[in-house]
Design a protein around this ligand. Structure first.
Ligand code: NAD
Ligand code: ZN
Ligand code: ZN
Length: 347
């Protein structure tokens, strides 16, 4: 089968021919119909060898951690899914047995590292291929009428903002403001989820006119350039108070510094982007009682909720389609910040 693999450190990924895997035990083989490209792919490809090894990533790695497809064959012990069933793949696999997994938050599994369980596309072979092996049927969610191309990105670009936003909803009362920094793959869904689940005002920050126009198209009330001038603009549209919640989908030092300047007392900063930025927490560094969190991906029950939102048209993914052969060019476009919404590989 064809697969797009990251083969050697520092080099662009390549489309290669590799053997089609066969499911054993409880594994399920999925014929891929769509695979989204995440900025985290680019991040992984920027790591030096030592850091990759520390994360349990071995090369060559088939990329793609946002997958949709159709069940092709099932291992002898796999139960609960049927051949031919259209599904999306839940990516942050855990052991399924520890107390955290039992509580539904597999993405924070207590034993994943010890058991060398890695998400597909971020350690295990991913979905940017004609077929992908899924370790257990519980990691498949029926598409139930959703278009696979529009649904594949919901497994990360939809699920991650949803998991970041849901616990903050009590702060997002009428009259409050949420700031979304970075209106890309995750951010454009974050804006829509905020609009759907709360009545807060949504302010988006990004770089460049096109990105700002895109942010308002998908529902932001205001969109401002992500620079020092944003601080005064956010003060102005919040009556001088600042934002109850700031979702940083870039997570670099400059955006973290902005977040700290625009959050209001008792508010929350949620660092979702993996740009290496940090925010000091302590007296007189932030307004009183501000919380700062860095959540990871989302839970399986939350993925069901995100798909339910999409089924009734409350959120939609803006996609740009690429063939598997053209997939390596996605990361050049991502780097140049010229993608609109999510790039999706359609094998
Ligand atoms: P993306 O490339 O689709 O979008 C990033 C957006 O940020 C673009 O619109 C870009 O123009 C904008 N941007 C860049 N620099 C900016 C700045 N200084 N100020 C404001 N906007 C800026 O990326 P994505 O796939 O949406 O991923 C976003 C981030 O989230 C990445 O760092 C990725 O690694 C991370 N991520 C984290 C998790 C998690 O579990 N926490 C999950 C998925 C992705
Ligand atoms: Zn991702
Ligand atoms: Zn576990």
């Amino acid at each position: 089968m064809k697969a797009m693999q990251y083969i050697s450190v520092g080099e662009a990924p390549k489309v290669v021919d590799i053997p089609t895997p066969e499911p054993r035990g409880e594994e399920v083989l999925v014929k891929v119909t769509a695979a989204g490209a995440c900025h985290s792919d680019e991040l992984v490809m920027s790591f030096p060898e030592g850091q990759l090894a520390a994360l349990g990533v071995r090369l060559p790695l088939t990329l793609g951690h946002e997958g949709a497809g159709v069940v092709e064959t099932v291992g002898p012990a796999a139960q609960g899914v049927e051949v031919g069933q259209p599904v999306v793949i839940y990516g942050p696999w855990g052991c399924g047995v520890c107390a955290t997994c039992a509580g539904g938050d597999e993405q924070y599994c207590e034993r994943a590292a010890e058991l060398a369980i890695r998400p597909p596309g971020l350690g295990a072979p991913g979905a940017m291929a004609e077929y992908v092996l899924v370790d257990h049927p519980r990691h498949l969610v029926p598409l139930d009428g959703l278009d696979p191309v529009a649904a594949a990105p919901l497994t990360d670009a939809g699920l991650t903002p949803y998991h970041a936003i849901k616990p903050v909803l009590p702060l997002l009362v009428p009259g409050s403001t949420a700031v979304v920094i970075g209106a890309g793959g995750l951010g454009h869904l974050g804006i829509q989820i905020l609009r759907e689940l709360s009545s807060c005002q949504v302010v988006a920050l990004d770089l460049g006119e096109e990105k700002l126009a895109f942010a308002t198209e998908v529902g932001a009330h205001h969109a401002f350039a992500s620079d020092e001038s944003a601080v005064a603009k956010i003060r102005e549209v919040t009556g001088g108070h600042g934002a109850a919640a700031v979702f940083d989908f870039v997570g670099a030092d400059p955006t973290c510094a902005l977040a700290a300047q625009v959050v209001r007392a008792q508010g929350e900063i949620i660092i979702v982007g993996i740009g290496g930025g940090t925010i000091p927490v302590g007296f007189f560094t932030l307004p009183y009682n501000v919380r700062v969190r860095a959540p990871y991906w989302g839970s399986l029950p939350e993925l069901h909720e995100v798909l339910a939102l999409a089924r009734r048209g409350a959120v939609h993914v803006e996609t740009e389609r690429f063939s598997l052969d053209d997939a390596p060019t996605i990361y050049e476009r991502m780097h140049a910040r010229t993608l609109r919404g999510r790039a999706v590989v359609v094998p």
